[in-house]
Design a protein around this ligand. Sequence first.
Ligand code: SF4
Ligand code: SF4
Ligand code: SF4
Length: 259
Amino acid sequence: MAKPRIGIFKFTSCDGCQLSIFNLEEEFLQIAGLTEIAYFQEGQDAPDGNGFQAWAAHFDLAVVEGSISTERQSKELLDIRENSSRLITIGACATAGGVQALRNWADVSEFKASEYPAPDAVEALAESTPISAHVHVDYELWGCPINSAEFSEVLASFLLGKTPGVPGYSLCMECKRKGIPCVLVAGQAPCLGPVTRAGCGVLCPSLNRACYGCFGPKDGANIMALMRIFQGFGYTENQCRMMLDKMNTYKFREMEEKG
Ligand code: SF4
Ligand code: SF4
Ligand code: SF4
Protein backbone atom coordinates (compact mmCIF):
# COMPACT_ATOMS: atom_id res chain seq x y z
CA MET A 1 0.00 0.00 0.00
CA ALA A 2 1.31 3.49 -0.87
CA LYS A 3 2.42 5.57 2.08
CA PRO A 4 0.58 8.87 2.68
CA ARG A 5 2.44 11.66 0.89
CA ILE A 6 3.15 14.72 3.03
CA GLY A 7 4.52 18.16 2.09
CA ILE A 8 5.76 20.60 4.75
CA PHE A 9 5.86 24.16 3.39
CA LYS A 10 7.09 27.46 4.74
CA PHE A 11 6.11 31.06 4.01
CA THR A 12 6.94 34.14 6.15
CA SER A 13 8.02 32.73 9.50
CA CYS A 14 11.01 32.14 11.76
CA ASP A 15 11.03 28.33 11.16
CA GLY A 16 10.45 27.71 14.88
CA CYS A 17 7.35 25.60 14.27
CA GLN A 18 9.19 23.38 11.79
CA LEU A 19 11.94 22.98 14.40
CA SER A 20 9.25 21.86 16.86
CA ILE A 21 8.58 18.99 14.46
CA PHE A 22 12.23 17.94 14.78
CA ASN A 23 11.89 18.16 18.57
CA LEU A 24 9.80 14.99 18.28
CA GLU A 25 13.16 13.23 17.73
CA GLU A 26 12.62 9.40 17.66
CA GLU A 27 8.89 9.92 17.06
CA PHE A 28 9.69 12.04 13.99
CA LEU A 29 11.79 9.19 12.59
CA GLN A 30 8.82 6.84 13.08
CA ILE A 31 6.54 9.33 11.27
CA ALA A 32 9.09 9.58 8.47
CA GLY A 33 9.12 5.77 8.18
CA LEU A 34 5.34 5.42 8.05
CA THR A 35 4.80 8.25 5.53
CA GLU A 36 6.48 9.70 2.48
CA ILE A 37 7.69 13.17 3.42
CA ALA A 38 7.96 14.34 -0.16
CA TYR A 39 8.68 18.02 0.44
CA PHE A 40 10.37 19.53 3.52
CA GLN A 41 13.13 22.01 2.73
CA GLU A 42 13.95 22.55 6.41
CA GLY A 43 14.79 18.85 6.65
CA GLN A 44 17.08 18.68 3.60
CA ASP A 45 20.89 18.78 3.60
CA ALA A 46 20.94 21.35 0.80
CA PRO A 47 18.37 23.86 -0.49
CA ASP A 48 16.11 22.56 -3.24
CA GLY A 49 17.08 24.71 -6.21
CA ASN A 50 13.85 23.88 -7.98
CA GLY A 51 11.78 25.14 -5.06
CA PHE A 52 8.07 24.67 -5.49
CA GLN A 53 8.46 23.45 -9.06
CA ALA A 54 9.87 20.24 -7.57
CA TRP A 55 6.46 18.81 -6.79
CA ALA A 56 5.29 16.53 -9.47
CA ALA A 57 2.43 14.88 -7.69
CA HIS A 58 -0.41 15.18 -5.30
CA PHE A 59 -0.03 15.48 -1.50
CA ASP A 60 -2.34 13.66 0.89
CA LEU A 61 -1.53 16.27 3.51
CA ALA A 62 0.05 19.73 3.25
CA VAL A 63 1.46 21.21 6.45
CA VAL A 64 1.94 24.98 6.17
CA GLU A 65 4.04 27.27 8.37
CA GLY A 66 4.16 31.05 7.90
CA SER A 67 1.93 33.90 6.82
CA ILE A 68 1.33 35.24 3.33
CA SER A 69 3.38 38.40 2.88
CA THR A 70 4.14 38.57 -0.85
CA GLU A 71 2.29 38.14 -4.14
CA ARG A 72 4.51 35.17 -5.05
CA GLN A 73 3.60 33.40 -1.81
CA SER A 74 -0.12 33.84 -2.44
CA LYS A 75 0.25 32.16 -5.86
CA GLU A 76 2.35 29.32 -4.42
CA LEU A 77 -0.24 28.74 -1.70
CA LEU A 78 -2.99 28.35 -4.30
CA ASP A 79 -0.81 25.73 -6.03
CA ILE A 80 -0.28 23.86 -2.76
CA ARG A 81 -4.01 23.87 -1.98
CA GLU A 82 -4.87 22.65 -5.47
CA ASN A 83 -2.39 19.77 -5.14
CA SER A 84 -3.34 18.66 -1.61
CA SER A 85 -6.26 16.62 -0.27
CA ARG A 86 -5.99 18.18 3.20
CA LEU A 87 -4.19 21.25 4.46
CA ILE A 88 -3.29 22.14 8.03
CA THR A 89 -1.55 25.24 9.37
CA ILE A 90 1.04 25.19 12.13
CA GLY A 91 1.76 28.15 14.40
CA ALA A 92 0.74 31.73 14.94
CA CYS A 93 2.24 32.98 11.65
CA ALA A 94 0.19 30.60 9.48
CA THR A 95 -2.90 30.64 11.69
CA ALA A 96 -3.03 34.30 12.71
CA GLY A 97 -0.62 36.26 10.48
CA GLY A 98 2.19 36.30 13.06
CA VAL A 99 3.99 39.24 14.61
CA GLN A 100 4.59 40.49 11.05
CA ALA A 101 0.83 41.25 10.83
CA LEU A 102 1.42 44.25 13.10
CA ARG A 103 2.09 46.12 9.87
CA ASN A 104 -1.55 45.65 8.86
CA TRP A 105 -2.39 48.59 11.14
CA ALA A 106 0.58 50.71 10.03
CA ASP A 107 2.26 51.87 6.81
CA VAL A 108 4.48 49.12 5.37
CA SER A 109 6.41 51.61 3.19
CA GLU A 110 7.44 53.49 6.36
CA PHE A 111 8.70 50.24 7.93
CA LYS A 112 10.65 49.36 4.78
CA ALA A 113 12.21 52.83 4.58
CA SER A 114 13.28 52.78 8.21
CA GLU A 115 14.81 49.27 8.09
CA TYR A 116 16.30 48.71 4.63
CA PRO A 117 18.89 50.70 2.61
CA ALA A 118 17.03 49.83 -0.64
CA PRO A 119 13.35 49.67 0.39
CA ASP A 120 12.12 49.33 -3.22
CA ALA A 121 13.96 46.01 -3.47
CA VAL A 122 11.80 44.55 -0.68
CA GLU A 123 8.85 42.61 -2.06
CA ALA A 124 6.04 42.90 0.48
CA LEU A 125 2.28 43.14 0.43
CA ALA A 126 0.71 45.88 2.57
CA GLU A 127 -0.65 43.17 4.89
CA SER A 128 0.51 39.87 6.35
CA THR A 129 -2.40 37.44 6.42
CA PRO A 130 -3.11 33.95 7.77
CA ILE A 131 -3.43 31.04 5.36
CA SER A 132 -7.19 30.86 5.98
CA ALA A 133 -7.57 34.34 4.42
CA HIS A 134 -6.52 32.78 1.07
CA VAL A 135 -7.56 29.12 0.91
CA HIS A 136 -9.66 26.57 2.75
CA VAL A 137 -7.81 25.21 5.82
CA ASP A 138 -8.83 21.83 7.22
CA TYR A 139 -7.25 22.36 10.63
CA GLU A 140 -5.36 25.14 12.46
CA LEU A 141 -2.79 24.25 15.09
CA TRP A 142 -1.91 27.21 17.31
CA GLY A 143 1.18 28.27 19.21
CA CYS A 144 4.38 30.26 18.82
CA PRO A 145 5.90 27.80 18.49
CA ILE A 146 3.52 24.86 18.31
CA ASN A 147 3.59 22.12 20.93
CA SER A 148 5.38 19.12 19.34
CA ALA A 149 3.08 16.58 21.02
CA GLU A 150 0.00 18.40 19.69
CA PHE A 151 1.50 18.33 16.18
CA SER A 152 2.02 14.58 16.49
CA GLU A 153 -1.62 14.17 17.61
CA VAL A 154 -2.93 16.27 14.70
CA LEU A 155 -0.78 14.45 12.13
CA ALA A 156 -1.78 11.00 13.42
CA SER A 157 -5.45 12.04 13.50
CA PHE A 158 -5.42 13.24 9.90
CA LEU A 159 -3.72 10.08 8.71
CA LEU A 160 -6.22 7.92 10.63
CA GLY A 161 -9.23 10.03 9.61
CA LYS A 162 -10.24 11.04 13.15
CA THR A 163 -10.74 14.40 14.91
CA PRO A 164 -7.58 15.64 16.66
CA GLY A 165 -7.79 15.65 20.45
CA VAL A 166 -6.45 19.18 20.87
CA PRO A 167 -8.28 21.46 23.33
CA GLY A 168 -9.96 24.71 22.26
CA TYR A 169 -10.65 25.79 25.85
CA SER A 170 -8.71 28.38 27.84
CA LEU A 171 -5.30 28.14 29.44
CA CYS A 172 -6.99 28.76 32.82
CA MET A 173 -8.53 25.26 32.66
CA GLU A 174 -5.08 23.72 32.31
CA CYS A 175 -3.67 26.09 34.95
CA LYS A 176 -6.35 25.21 37.51
CA ARG A 177 -5.89 21.48 36.90
CA LYS A 178 -2.20 21.88 37.74
CA GLY A 179 -3.00 23.80 40.93
CA ILE A 180 -0.87 26.80 39.95
CA PRO A 181 -1.58 29.97 41.99
CA CYS A 182 -3.37 32.52 39.79
CA VAL A 183 -1.12 35.50 39.02
CA LEU A 184 -4.16 37.51 37.89
CA VAL A 185 -6.25 37.01 41.04
CA ALA A 186 -3.40 36.91 43.56
CA GLY A 187 -1.10 39.51 41.99
CA GLN A 188 -3.27 41.57 39.61
CA ALA A 189 -0.86 40.60 36.81
CA PRO A 190 -2.31 41.11 33.29
CA CYS A 191 -2.56 37.42 32.46
CA LEU A 192 -4.15 36.64 29.08
CA GLY A 193 -4.86 33.05 30.19
CA PRO A 194 -8.66 33.48 30.30
CA VAL A 195 -8.77 34.31 26.56
CA THR A 196 -5.83 32.15 25.42
CA ARG A 197 -6.16 28.55 24.29
CA ALA A 198 -4.55 25.78 26.33
CA GLY A 199 -1.72 23.69 24.96
CA CYS A 200 1.61 25.10 26.13
CA GLY A 201 1.63 23.28 29.46
CA VAL A 202 1.01 26.59 31.34
CA LEU A 203 4.63 27.65 30.93
CA CYS A 204 4.38 31.28 32.09
CA PRO A 205 2.04 31.08 35.11
CA SER A 206 4.01 28.07 36.38
CA LEU A 207 6.97 30.49 36.58
CA ASN A 208 4.80 33.12 38.30
CA ARG A 209 4.51 35.13 35.08
CA ALA A 210 1.46 36.37 33.20
CA CYS A 211 0.52 34.63 29.94
CA TYR A 212 0.98 36.92 26.90
CA GLY A 213 -1.24 34.88 24.61
CA CYS A 214 1.18 33.09 22.28
CA PHE A 215 -1.26 30.19 21.75
CA GLY A 216 -3.87 32.57 20.34
CA PRO A 217 -7.49 33.16 21.31
CA LYS A 218 -9.47 30.28 22.77
CA ASP A 219 -12.79 29.39 21.13
CA GLY A 220 -15.35 32.10 21.97
CA ALA A 221 -12.93 34.34 23.91
CA ASN A 222 -14.48 37.44 25.53
CA ILE A 223 -11.52 39.74 25.06
CA MET A 224 -13.22 43.01 25.96
CA ALA A 225 -14.37 41.66 29.35
CA LEU A 226 -10.78 40.76 30.25
CA MET A 227 -9.54 44.16 29.08
CA ARG A 228 -12.07 45.83 31.41
CA ILE A 229 -10.60 43.84 34.30
CA PHE A 230 -7.08 44.97 33.32
CA GLN A 231 -8.29 48.60 33.14
CA GLY A 232 -9.66 48.13 36.67
CA PHE A 233 -6.08 47.24 37.70
CA GLY A 234 -4.95 50.62 36.31
CA TYR A 235 -3.77 49.67 32.79
CA THR A 236 -4.64 52.19 30.09
CA GLU A 237 -6.53 51.29 26.93
CA ASN A 238 -3.28 51.67 24.98
CA GLN A 239 -1.40 49.34 27.33
CA CYS A 240 -4.18 46.77 26.91
CA ARG A 241 -3.90 47.16 23.12
CA MET A 242 -0.17 46.47 23.30
CA MET A 243 -0.74 43.31 25.38
CA LEU A 244 -2.82 41.87 22.53
CA ASP A 245 -0.69 43.22 19.68
CA LYS A 246 1.84 40.42 19.38
CA MET A 247 2.03 37.25 17.28
CA ASN A 248 -1.77 36.68 17.26
CA THR A 249 -2.91 40.27 16.82
CA TYR A 250 -4.81 39.53 13.58
CA LYS A 251 -7.08 36.98 15.31
CA PHE A 252 -7.41 38.87 18.60
CA ARG A 253 -8.53 41.99 16.68
CA GLU A 254 -10.90 39.93 14.52
CA MET A 255 -12.55 38.52 17.66
CA GLU A 256 -12.73 41.95 19.30
CA GLU A 257 -14.52 43.31 16.22
CA LYS A 258 -17.03 40.47 16.36
CA GLY A 259 -17.61 41.36 20.05
S1 SF4 B 1 4.50 30.84 14.94
FE1 SF4 B 1 6.25 31.65 16.13
S2 SF4 B 1 7.69 29.94 16.23
FE2 SF4 B 1 6.20 29.45 14.60
S3 SF4 B 1 7.16 30.17 12.73
FE3 SF4 B 1 5.88 31.85 13.49
S4 SF4 B 1 7.25 33.12 14.75
FE4 SF4 B 1 8.25 31.15 14.45
S1 SF4 C 1 -2.66 32.47 36.20
FE1 SF4 C 1 -3.51 33.12 34.26
S2 SF4 C 1 -3.90 31.18 33.18
FE2 SF4 C 1 -3.67 30.68 35.35
S3 SF4 C 1 -5.77 30.72 36.13
FE3 SF4 C 1 -4.87 32.74 36.50
S4 SF4 C 1 -5.54 33.93 34.72
FE4 SF4 C 1 -5.80 31.78 34.18
S1 SF4 D 1 1.59 30.74 29.16
FE1 SF4 D 1 0.76 31.93 27.47
S2 SF4 D 1 2.49 33.11 26.66
FE2 SF4 D 1 3.34 31.53 28.02
S3 SF4 D 1 3.86 29.85 26.62
FE3 SF4 D 1 1.76 29.48 27.38
S4 SF4 D 1 0.36 30.41 25.87
FE4 SF4 D 1 2.42 31.21 25.51
